[in-house]
Design a protein around this ligand. Structure first.
Ligand SMILES: NC(=O)c1ccc[n+]([C@@H]2O[C@H](COP(=O)([O-])OP(=O)(O)OC[C@H]3O[C@@H](n4cnc5c(N)ncnc54)[C@H](OP(=O)(O)O)[C@@H]3O)[C@@H](O)[C@H]2O)c1
Length: 275
């Protein structure tokens, strides 16, 4: 979902892009990764095991893709003197905070997926190469399954929906993450960790109401429920709000307010439902 928008935005910005997928480059294969780096200035790693609930039963596989893969990429890019931009997640935190997480908050994942992504961040840091870790959260985009598409499908099938209102976060458009990554790379941002999330915060319930409104339906068709009533295999962070101080420090504007970005993104992301 993120990789395709990133490639498209990079091309639009005049950059030359080599796109890979699992079939053309397995990021856990050191030989393949090493030979893929010839002529490359920057590697953007959007590959991941992203099935958060499935990861609870398949932590080894999640760890292979989310920790070993980044370790392989970090070692190879360090050797080749290539900058690595590695995408990470709010799930490296447990969501028990009540103020936005700073970039240097201690990692405290509470799910298998979160542990695997935290291990990936550590591996990238420990390889000693030039890297940016870019954490995002609550991603939606045109090129993959995502929360807005799920809500849109359900809103076409049902008259009433219930969505949890006790998990707070920052819905973030893949196009905005791609643009922020490009701005960071073009500005030769200092190595370190940055947060690529929209500003503001909303519950899944509030976001679902905004999604339904974008479909021309009454937001009141979405009622609130609780995480306790909607249990899933992996625990979800209750408070997934990331701060943007590191961007402020280097003079790079964070992504805008989630509601404004959603207004702009909705027609593209929900195109198949609006046709
Ligand atoms: N989606 C979210 O809400 C969210 C939130 C926060 C952070 N993130 C992070 O953002 C990044 C992008 O997420 P996304 O939602 O765009 O992910 P996605 O749509 O699930 O794409 C991940 C891609 O990685 C590929 N992949 C898996 N194992 C691989 C391997 N060994 N070698 C090469 N490619 C491999 C997958 O291929 P297959 O399809 O063949 O498996 C898939 O195409 C990830 O780092 C994710 O952790 C996502």
């Amino acid at each position: 979902m993120l990789g395709q928008d990133a490639a498209e935005r990079l091309r639009r910005g005049g950059h030359s892009v080599v796109e890979t997928d699992r079939d053309t480059l397995d990021i856990t294969d050191p030989v393949a990764v090493g030979s893929a780096l010839a002529g490359v200035d920057v590697v953007l790693n959007c590959a991941a095991y992203t099935a958060v609930d499935d990861a609870e039963a398949h932590e080894d596989l999640a760890t292979l893709i989310n920790a070993t893969g980044p370790a392989v990429l970090a070692a190879a890019t360090a050797d080749a003197g290539v900058r690595l931009v590695h995408i990470s997640t709010d799930y490296v935190f447990d969501g028990s905070a009540d103020a936005p997480y700073p970039e240097d908050a201690p990692l405290a994942p509470s799910s298998a997926y979160g542990r695997s992504k935290a291990a990936g961040e550590r591996a990238v840091g420990e390889a000693g190469g030039d890297h940016l870790i870019v954490r995002t959260a609550w991603l939606y985009g045109a090129h993959g399954p995502c929360f807005p598409k799920t809500i849109a499908r359900l809103a076409k099938e049902r008259d009433l929906l219930t969505v949890v209102d006790d998990q707070i976060g920052q819905p973030t458009w893949t196009v905005d993450v791609a643009d922020l990554v490009i701005r960071l790379v073009e500005a030769a941002a200092p190595a370190g960790t940055y947060h690529a999330t929209s500003t503001g915060a909303v519950s899944w319930h509030g976001f679902a109401q905004a999604i339904v409104a974008a479909l021309g339906k009454d937001p009141a068709m979405v009622g609130p429920t609780t995480s306790e009533a909607f249990v899933r295999p992996a625990p979800r962070p209750a408070y997934s709000v990331l701060g943007h101080a590191a961007l402020d420090t280097i003079g790079i504007a964070p992504i805008g307010a989630w509601s404004e970005r959603w207004s702009l993104a909705a027609s593209t992301v929900l195109a198949e439902f609006l046709a």
